[in-house]
Design a protein around this ligand. Structure first.
Ligand SMILES: NC(=O)c1ccc[n+]([C@@H]2O[C@H](COP(=O)([O-])OP(=O)(O)OC[C@H]3O[C@@H](n4cnc5c(N)ncnc54)[C@H](OP(=O)(O)O)[C@@H]3O)[C@@H](O)[C@H]2O)c1
Length: 270
């Protein structure tokens, strides 16, 4: 797998921290040329300095993926710098909470524009380069895309829409571009991770208690293998796989678990 990534040009959106940065480090260790991205220039510079100090061949582009003009600039900067693109990992995303009756249009616009449209916008501008390289588009989704999670419906909707997008692309661009859809389960967060509140503002995400979390490095490994093996769809973590099976054979259990999690919602975000 290491040889496969050598000299490949890989763009990872939302890679100034978290899963994106861990993936940048891993694929950089494998010899890929990594394009990192984020909105905050200082945060992106800090990630760039860290990755370069650890031997990664890195290029940084500040861009907000919810803005089509930024996505166009991101892809055109890659084209100018490298003349090619082999892999686009659509990782930029935000967490969000809010009951349906309390979530404002601002909350919905932010979560959908970043999580859904961010992926669609970036991919749109990257397709011509990816067709030339017969490369890969990776879509980082979530277990929340498999059900409507009460108290997190905006996030669920934003990720569930990506399933339809990925499935359609897997047919439309078959034999031209590989599209891999990855349902990520609960993963250890950076301490700086934020969550969008129902009113459209952000707060720091509380530490997750009592959950078996995947490490960011494990998720990065799985992303690498989906690209290498050109897999269409993967569900990560034991809990994620368990949810997948229960949903198929005993959906009533999932309904009960969702009801319980909604009961805990007010305590969780008090
Ligand atoms: N962590 C989990 O448990 C988990 C579970 C399932 C799925 N996921 C998915 O995995 C992905 C990464 O999650 P994470 O936990 O690593 O996130 P994170 O720690 O919050 O990092 C998000 C990254 O995305 C960037 N970003 C956010 N909005 C952006 C935008 N509009 N344009 C460009 N960059 C943007 C952030 O930098 P700036 O703020 O500077 O832009 C940051 O670098 C997300 O798609 C998330 O939904 C995560």
């Amino acid at each position: 797998m290491k040889d496969f990534f050598k000299d490949k040009v890989v763009c990872i959106t939302g890679s100034s921290q978290g899963i994106g940065k861990a993936t940048a480090q891993l694929l950089g260790d494998y010899g890929a040329k990594i394009v990192i991205n984020g909105r905050n220039p200082e945060k992106l510079q800090a990630a760039y300095d860290e990755l370069v100090s650890k031997g990664v061949n890195c290029f940084q582009v500040v861009a907000d993926v919810s803005k089509p003009e930024d996505c166009e600039s991101l892809i055109s900067a890659i084209s100018k710098e490298f003349g090619r693109l082999d892999v686009l990992i659509n990782n930029a995303g935000i967490a969000s909470h809010g009951k349906i009756e309390e979530s404002t249009p601002e909350n919905w616009a932010s979560v959908v524009n970043i999580n859904t449209m961010g992926t669609i916008n970036t991919t749109y501008f990257a397709i011509p380069l990816l067709k030339q390289s017969k490369g890969s588009v990776i879509i980082i989704s979530s277990m929340a895309a498999k059900v409507g999670v009460p108290g997190h419906s905006g996030y669920s909707v934003s990720k569930m829409a990506l399933t339809a997008y990925a499935k359609a692309m897997q047919v439309e661009l078959e034999n031209q571009i590989h599209c891999g859809l990855i349902y990520v389960g609960f993963t250890a967060n950076e301490t700086e991770k934020t969550i969008l509140k129902p009113d459209g503002s952000y707060e720091k995400l509380k530490e997750r208690q009592g959950l078996k979390l995947a490490s960011r490095e494990d998720v990065a490994q799985k992303i690498a293998s989906v690209i290498y093996l050109r897999k269409k769809e993967v569900t990560l973590t034991f809990l994620g796989k368990l949810q997948h099976v229960i949903l198929k054979f005993a959906p009533g259990i999932v309904y009960k678990l969702l009801k319980k999690s909604f009961k805990d919602y007010d305590d969780m975000y008090a």
